[in-house]
Design a protein around this ligand. Sequence first.
Ligand code: SAH
Length: 373
Amino acid sequence: MKFTPAKPPLTGETLETLTARLRERGEPAFRAKQILEWVYKKRARSWDEMTNLAKPLRAWLADTFELMPLGLLFDKQSRDITDKLLFELGDRALIETVIIRAPQEGVGLDESRKTICISTQVGCAMACRFCASGLAGLKRDLNAGEIVAQLLHVCYREDAHDPRAHAGLATFDNIVVMGMGEPLANYDAVLRALTIVNAEWGLGFGARRITLSTSGLVPKILQLADEPLGFRLAISLHGATNEVREQIMPVNKAYPLEKLIPAIKTFTEKHGRMVTLEFILIEDMNDSLTQAAALREIALDLHAHVNLIPYNTVEGLPWKRPSGNRMERFADLLREARVPVTLRREKGHDIDAACGQLRLKTEKDREAMAAAG
Ligand code: SAH
């Protein structure tokens, strides 16, 4: 399940590891910084652009590292709110990265705030019953370089119409680790990637603007609580009682609510930040007012924000989203108790925005093409 690329991606190197590699070649210590500046600040797309490096060094770099480990297969623009990028990796595996724009009054779409949703695994082992990503199980973990490269690629794409590019800054506003995969099941690579994204020699992107979303791996939530970088945390709850939650999320068997809730509390206490509880609303599964009341108690206990998400239908799965009225009533029960709640209206329907769906479709097309010879 592990993929070892012929050449490691440069985007997986830290200043420390790159400096060490270059020292072996007898290069001075400042060389690594120069190279990383080309990659992250000047967004060089080829080694030859790095003109302050001697040609033999550039040749060695090209032999040793992959500058960009992702090939863009598909750039699906909705011209609305959500754009989707489909990437092919070195072993032909597919991953998705999503750009979500939050339109602001009086501001064009290009200048609107951008949230980037990144993937951390190819497929997923969590097997949540409603999710497209888990349908075929886990294929493999992404390495740190493949995770960072998704964000760098978004910069390439957005730089042209974003003035922040001139200052070498990231051309997006928030990162949500909510794409394909369970980030806390690929902990080391994800942490390394986010450290690179955060570092001043990397993308220089603030940890407070990065949200990790987990299905609830309790030991890893506790580990994350002890990290020096203050990432935000979102929990995919989707069921406010064990009875409902374990029907749709197998992870609830190992980490039921009586284990999950104290872990979230520990995280909140260490970080002094509100955690977000994500709750997909699925018709006749978790959308009753009894569930709303149970969710209200959990949110009050945790001082958490609740994000209600209308379910996005997935081809081949029976689940549906409830009616607008029913969702509003669910939300009202929380609002009445002053729980901060948002009821997100999904806007990416036209481009298969739900997690893992574009990849699934492309995998199917590939199979069909292979079958047709
Ligand atoms: N494994 C992590 C992150 C990836 S899933 C986690 O579970 O949090 C990101 C979010 O999308 C999760 O809240 C997940 O439950 C939700 N999701 C998955 N399939 C969905 C669908 N069809 N409609 C709406 N949300 C979905």
